[in-house]
Design a protein around this ligand. Sequence first.
Ligand code: FAD
Length: 401
Amino acid sequence: MRVMVVGAGIVGCSTAYALQRQGYQVTLLDAQVEVGRMSSYANGAQLSYSYVEPLASDATLRALPGLLLAKDSALKFSPRWDTQQWAWGIQFLAACTRSQAQNGTRQLLELAALSRRTLESWMEEEHWSIDFARNGKLVLCRDEATLRRQEAQVALQAKLGSSQEVLNAKQCAEREPALSHIANSFAGGIWTESECVANPYLLCQQLANSFVERGGKLALGQKVTAFERQANRVQAVHTEQGSLPCDAVVIAAGVASPRLGAMLGMKLPIYPIKGYSITVPVINAEKLARCSITDLGLKTVFAPLGQHLRVAAAAEIVGEDLHIDPKRIAQMLHAVNELFPGACDLSAPQTWAGLRPATPNSLPIIGQAGGWASNAWANAGQGALGLTLAAGSAARLASAL
Ligand SMILES: Cc1cc2nc3c(=O)[nH]c(=O)nc-3n(C[C@H](O)[C@H](O)[C@H](O)COP(=O)(O)OP(=O)(O)OC[C@H]3O[C@@H](n4cnc5c(N)ncnc54)[C@H](O)[C@@H]3O)c2cc1C
C-alpha cells in the first residue's frame, strides 16, 4: 500500500518512519526544501512526558482575565476577522472545566508514555545523535498558591502512575545549586527525575535519514494544492510540481492541517498558538542548571541542549504570524540573566518564532477525522507537546491505518 504523509515536521517524520517500519511504501512530502523547518525547528526541546496538563482548565479560566490584562504578559490575544479563531476560542472556553482537564491529563499521560516507549526503542536501534539527555525537570513556583495547585496536579498524576516530588525553595537550590542566588524568589518546585530533552530539528533529520535508509521516499519542496478524488477515495495528491498517486494519505501538516483537511471534508479544530525561542552558547556550565527548568512565574522554559541553552516562552493567539517581536527576545534574555547570570553568551542569540498547532482541549487528532475520503487520516494538533507526543502519535496512527 502506497501511503502519502503530508508534512515533514516532527509529527510527519515520526509517522512516515513508523509506517515504513510496518512495511508500507511511504512518501513523505513537504512544501519546504528540508524536513523540520517549521514549528519543529527550534522549539523548547522538552520531552515533557509528565507535564501534559491541557491548557484549557478551570485554573486557566480563572487566570485568563489577569493574563490578558497584565503588562508584558506571556499570553497575547489579537482578535481578528477570522471565524476559525472565534470558533476555536469558544471551544477552548467550553473545555475549561476541571473534569475535562483531568480527563485530558489522563489521556495525554497515556499517549506520552507510549511516546517515551516508542522513541526510546527507536533510539536504541538507530543510535541517533540528537542531543538527547535524561536530565530531569524542575518546575519552579514563585508563590504559594501556584505551588499548592502544582501539588494537587502531582497528587492527581501520582494516581495515574507519574513519579514526581514536591520541593521547598531550599531543596530546589540543593538540587540545582546554580539557582541558590535566587532561591528566595521561589516558594518551591516540582521535581521530575524522568524528564528528557532532545534537539527537535536533529530528531526530524535523523528520522528522515533512517526512513530513507529503510526504503522511504522524500518529496521535498512540493506544496500540496489538491487531492484527486475517485468515488470516496483519494487516488492522488496534487502538488505544484505534478501528481503523485497513492492508496492512502495522512495529513500531518501542523497548523496547515485544517486547510488541507478541509479539501478532504475533514473539520480539524486546530489554531496556531505562537511562541518564541532563543538559543545561546553556554560559557560557564557551573552557573547553569543541569536539568530543564520551567519558571511558572515567567512562563519560560530553559533547556540545556548540548553546548547550548534553549529558552522558550510566550503564547500568542495572533493567527499565522511568524514575525519575531524584539520585546519577547529581550524578555527571554532578561530571564536568562536573572536565573543564570554569567552562564551563557547573550551577545548574539539565535532567535526563532513558531506556531503550536493547538486543539481547544489539547488532545491531538489521530486517525480518521470525517470527510468524504475513506482512505484519509489525520495526525495533527499536538499543540505545545508535538516533540513529546510525536512518536506515540505515530505509533497510534500506524496501528489505526
Ligand atoms: C515556542 C515553542 C516551544 C515549544 N516547545 C515544545 C517542547 O518543549 N516540547 C514539545 O513537545 N513541544 C514543543 N512545542 C510544540 C511543537 O514544536 C509542535 O507541537 C510541533 O513542532 C508540531 O509538529 P508538526 O509536525 O505537527 O508541525 P510542523 O513542524 O509545523 O510540520 C508541518 C509541516 O507541514 C508542511 N506543510 C504545510 N502545508 C503543506 C502543504 N500544503 N504541502 C506540503 N507540506 C505542507 C510544513 O512545511 C511543515 O514542515 C513548542 C512550540 C513552540 C512554538
